[in-house]
Design a protein around this ligand. Sequence first.
Ligand code: DGY
Length: 315
Amino acid sequence: MGRVLVTRQLPAGGLAPLAGHDLVAPKPDDVPYSSAEMLAMAGEVDAIVSLLTDTIDASLLEAGAAGRLQVVANVAVGYNNIDVAAASRVGIHVTNTPGVLDETTADTAFLLILAACRLAHDAEADLRANRWPGWGINQYLGLDVHGATLGIVGYGRIGRAVARRAAGFSMTVLHHSRRATGEPGYVADLDELLGRCDIVSLHTPLNAETTHLIDARRLALMAPHAVLVNTARGPVVDEAALAEALHSGRLFAAGIDVFEREPEVHPRLLSAPRAVLLPHIGSGSRATRLRMATIAADNVAAVLAGKPPLHPVHI
Ligand code: DGY
C-alpha cells in the first residue's frame, strides 16, 4: 500500500484503481495546494496525481526523491508543467494520459473551426445584446469550412483525429510536423503551409521549439481570410501578436481554447473581433475526463505494485 497525494478533486470513480492505497485528499473546496505545501509533502508520499495546473519543478522532485516519491502521474496528455528532465535525473517516473482524449479534443478543435469561420460568437453576442436588426444579406459573412484547405501543425494522434473529421467536410488537408510523415499532404516547411491554408489548427506539444511557434512573422504569412485555431497550449501562439492581427483585420478569425498565462487572457485578445475564446475545455467531456483520471490512477497503481508505468513520459 502506498501514500498518494491527489492534488485536486477528480471525476467521481477516477481513483478506483487506487483502492486500498492511502490517499492524501485535495484541500477542502478544491483549493489548490500552494508550492510550499506541495514541497513539504513531496518526500512523504509515494506518488502524486497532478493536474496541468500544478507546477512540478526540480526542487519539488528533488525533495520527493530525497524521501519516497516514485511517480508523478499527470492527468493530461501534455506535461509541460513537469520538469521531466529533473524527474529523470532523480529517478522519478512521470506519466501522462495519451490516447483517451484525442477524439474529444479533436471535437473541440472542430467546434472552434466551425464557430470561428462562421463568426458564431460575434453573431450570438449581437443577438443576445439586442443588436441584431433582423436578417440581412451582408451580415456575419464567414468562411466556408466545407471545401477549405486545412493545415494541421503537429500530426500526432489529435492532429490526425482532426484530419479524419475534415474528410467529412470535403476539406483538403495539409500537415506539418517536425519529422517527415511520408504521407500525402505533408509540408516540410511550416511557413509554406501557413501561406497555403484557409484554416490552421495547432496540435503540437509545448516545448522550447514550439514556444511562440506562431508569432507575428508567421501570422503575417497567413492569408487575410484565414483562421487560426489553437487547442494545443497557449504559449505556442504569441497572444499579443494574434490579438493585433485580429484587431487590424490582418487575420480573419481565431478559435482559441488555451492561453499563454491561464487563467489570464491578454486584454487585447479579450477585446479582439472575430475571436472565439474557450476556457481550456478541449478534453472536457465527462467520459473523457473520467478516463484520464483512471489512466493516471492506473499508472500510479502499476508503479506502486513494482511494475513499469503504463504511459511513461521521456525527455
Ligand atoms: C491535456 O491533456 O494536455 C489537455 O490540455 C487537457 O485535457
